[in-house]
Write a protein that binds this ligand. Structure first.
Ligand SMILES: Cc1ncc(COP(=O)(O)O)c(C=O)c1O
Length: 409
């Protein structure tokens, strides 16, 4: 049975051109800090990717540093900012710094703001509407004299909803408040221009765009700095010590080049596949509900809930039938933990429990999509046939009161 991968928001396969770029670079081993030709060769490769990334992000000023991924980029901005305000890298100039974020961020933000709380920061998590969208006015209303940082994702990893980052950024810029954006799910899939978005910091991850795991980047606007998470040598403009991940950086550079050349066409192709898949499900099943914004959504993201079935059961059976998808509720040791994103969107317990995320991308062909949709229809039909739950009321009871867990991809 052919395996069909519909979990591109979790991670993506290596693009063949990225793979080739890595193979071609395997002998580039010099340390970029060395001043002999081996080091200079590596330095040139790294700096070429850095300037390509700046251009790709529409940054006419500021800088890009390479990190180990989206989680590190997010962590360093949040922690560094608080530390600059308090102890490590600078003088305290705000008694109790206030940070604003949203209820639907990735755990690399949510668990970091919990850490900031422990360090004495005050954190406000702005709510979202039923589509997972933040109202810019809610962010503005939460600003206080001691607000030092706002962190809002560009596109959500579970439902794909795209946030009005540009509007929020404009207001924050006028008020002189630093704005960080987690664009891990957006870069390469929708246009991302740091100047149009009015952001000061922007996080990127390689493995979400067909590059390797363990490489990411962070854009910082001009005049901004960071207190490093990793102290040591002078790499990455003194913001991140450690010998550079040259092959990862080359892989990211190739992925960015592919996104620059083919991004819009690929996004359209992926959107069509996603919509075709959705249509097949809706035409063959009743009780199918879209979670997330109907229009302002990543082209490859489809989060659906299904009447009378458990999302985790669908994902498990789909896996057994060769289709990789992901459950809206993380399921560990058979305990059901509803998604914090869907919960924040106010979905009823039955829809939380039955949510499944299908995410599409490079490597998916139309025939695969039809085959996968057919398998999912079969699975849900079978599950419904054996399900003792018909009204949904038992489901709501089972779903209520369970612990809320963030999903981590
Ligand atoms: C929105 C978002 N931010 C951050 C991350 C973390 O990125 P990484 O896996 O590169 O650490 C992810 C990964 O799932 C994500 O979806």
């Amino acid at each position: 049975m052919k395996r069909i991968y519909l979990d591109h928001n979790a991670t993506t396969p290596l693009h063949p051109e990225v793979k080739q770029a890595i193979i071609d670079s395997l002998d580039i081993f010099g340390n970029a800090s060395s001043i002999h030709p081996f080091g200079i060769e590596t330095r040139e490769k790294i700096e070429a990717v850095r300037s390509d990334l700046m251009a790709f992000l529409g940054a006419s000023s500021g800088k890009v540093i390479f990190t180990s991924g989206g989680s590190e980029s997010n962590n360093v901005v949040l922690k560094s900012h608080i530390r600059q305000q308090t102890t490590c890298c600078g003088q305290a100039n705000v008694d109790q710094p206030h940070v604003i974020t949203t209820a639907i961020e990735h755990p690399s933000i949510l668990n970091t703001v919990q850490c900031l709380r422990n360090l004495g920061a005050d954190v406000t998590q702005v709510a979202v509407d039923r589509y997972g969208k933040v109202d810019p006015q809610d962010v503005i209303d939460t600003i206080r004299p001691n607000t030092i940082l706002v962190s809002i994702m560009l596109a959500n990893n579970e439902v794909g909803t795209i946030q009005p980052v540009e509007v929020i950024g404009r207001v924050l810029k006028e008020k002189g408040i630093v704005f960080h954006c987690d664009a891990v799910q957006a870069v390469g899939k929708i246009p991302v221009n740091v100047e149009d978005l009015n952001v000061d910091y922007l996080s990127i991850s390689g493995h979400k765009i067909n590059a390797t795991k363990g490489i990411g980047a962070l854009y910082l606007g001009s005049n901004l700095s960071l207190c490093p998470l990793i102290h040591g040598g002078h790499q990455e403009l003194d913001f991140r010590a450690g010998t550079e991940n040259t092959l990862g950086i080359i892989a990211l550079g190739k992925a960015i080049e592919i996104a620059r050349e083919h991004g819009p066409i690929e996004a359209e192709r992926v959107r069509n596949l996603r919509d075709r898949f959705h249509r097949i499900l809706v035409e063959n099943l009743d009780g199918v509900y879209l979670n997330g914004h109907p229009e302002d959504r990543l082209p490859g993201t489809l989060n659906l809930s299904f009447d009378h079935v458990d999302g985790a059961a669908i994902v498990e059976m789909a896996g057994a039938m060769g289709v990789a998808a992901s459950s809206g509720s993380a399921c560990s040791s058979r305990e059901t933990t509803p998604s914090h994103v869907l919960s924040a969107m106010g979905l009823p317990a039955v829809r939380l429990r039955s949510a499944v995320r299908f995410s599409f991308g490079y490597g998916n062909a139309e025939a695969d999509i039809e085959e996968a949709a057919g398998r999912i229809v079969t699975i849900i039909t079978r599950l419904r046939a054996i399900s003792p739950i018909r009204s949904g009321s038992e489901f709501s009871q089972a779903g209520s009161g369970s612990e809320i867990k963030e999903r981590s991809n």
